[in-house]
Design a protein around this ligand. Structure first.
Ligand code: FAD
Length: 295
């Protein structure tokens, strides 16, 4: 399948931006292409990580096999259909006058409609994580790292691939406690201390003061949760959620005009067939919405 980085993407306003490389985002991108609606499909990896983990998929029509078989069939189809995937980890979606601005660190792009298909984070969330968002809790090392120059922070890393972001933060902070939810962690920076235990709660008053983990209290000024899926309400300010799931109507429309959502991000059941179906509906709705803007 054709791939590009965000820096290489054409700098213009797209009709629809699909955020998320999983099955919901894939189905949405495919439908937009078939509808001849201009789109850009963004994500960390095409088809996501979860697909490769499924030992045997017994509930997707006509599929007999494991997640790797599923993934290679999607790859084959995407190639044949000429889909283009743009590698990006979007860290902000901002609603403006008739269009959205999407950011990845300092890079931006704009789109008239957005389909949010970012899945759910299987690592789960920590008590106080959402409450202290923007008050010491962050999901973006590059965006917020410099705010913690000379301070003590904690990083909760859901996978080894985030070690580089923890090292980046160690360049600002005086001390970094790294809670690694994977085996055999290691770091180059001398001011990173690998801490034991799974974080259970963020505590503080006006701002974060501590992180609780493994029965210990770590006094910190900030906590970075470095994980694959950013909670939707942290990505798009004002987005309505219920128990962490994005609230949508039957058109997959959210409370923010022009922003649609599909897949696990809208709640249970967490299944491929539901994600694919919602991706399709979201694509039709986004396409109709964009056309209505030009009438
Ligand atoms: C081990 C395992 C086995 C499973 N087996 C089955 C099964 O047999 N049958 C079944 O129906 N379901 C199964 N599931 C559930 C299924 O994987 C999910 O329901 C499905 O993947 C949801 O698709 P999605 O596109 O909504 O989200 P995801 O597949 O989670 O894709 C979302 C993608 O968006 C990316 N993303 C998140 N935030 C951003 C951002 N800010 N910028 C860019 N990209 C971002 C994520 O990294 C991810 O790649 C299984 C899940 C697991 C973990």
């Amino acid at each position: 399948m054709k791939m590009q980085t965000l820096s290489a993407a054409e700098k213009r306003t797209y009709a629809v931006a699909v955020v998320g490389g999983g099955i919901a985002g894939y189905t949405a991108a495919l439908a937009l292409k078939n509808l001849r609606t201009d789109y850009i499909w963004l994500g960390r990896k095409p088809f996501g990580d979860k697909l490769l983990l499924a030992e045997y998929v017994r509930n997707f029509p006509a599929l007999v096999g494991d997640g790797k078989t599923f993934s290679s069939r999607l790859e084959e189809q995407a190639e044949k259909e000429g889909l283009l995937f743009t590698e990006a980890r979007i860290d902000g979606i901002y609603a403006g006058e008739g269009e959205f601005m999407l950011t990845q660190n300092s890079e931006t792009l704009s789109a008239r409609a957005v389909i949010l298909a970012t899945g759910v984070e299987s690592a789960g969330s920590c008590k106080g994580e959402e409450a202290f968002l923007g008050r010491g809790v962050s999901y973006c090392a590059v965006c917020d790292g410099a705010l913690y120059r000379g301070r003590t922070i904690a990083c909760v890393l859901s996978a080894k691939e985030f070690a580089e972001e923890a090292e980046y933060l160690a360049g600002f902070a005086e001390k970094v406690y790294a809670f690694c939810l994977y085996k055999d962690p290691s770091f180059q920076a001398a001011n990173i201390e690998i801490a034991a235990g799974v974080p259970t709660a963020v505590e503080g008053e006006a701002r974060v003061k501590a992180l609780l983990a493994g029965g210990k209290r770590y006094e910190v000024d900030g906590v970075f949760f470095l994980k694959n899926s950013t909670p939707p309400s942290a990505l798009a300010g004002g987005l309505k959620t219920e128990n962490g799931a994005v609230s949508v109507d039957r058109r997959m429309a959210t409370n923010l005009q022009g922003l649609f959502a599909a897949g696990d991000v809208t709640g249970r059941p967490y299944q491929y067939v539901k994600a694919a179906g919602e991706g399709l509906v979201a694509a039709y709705s986004a396409s109709d919405y964009v056309r209505s803007l030009t009438k």
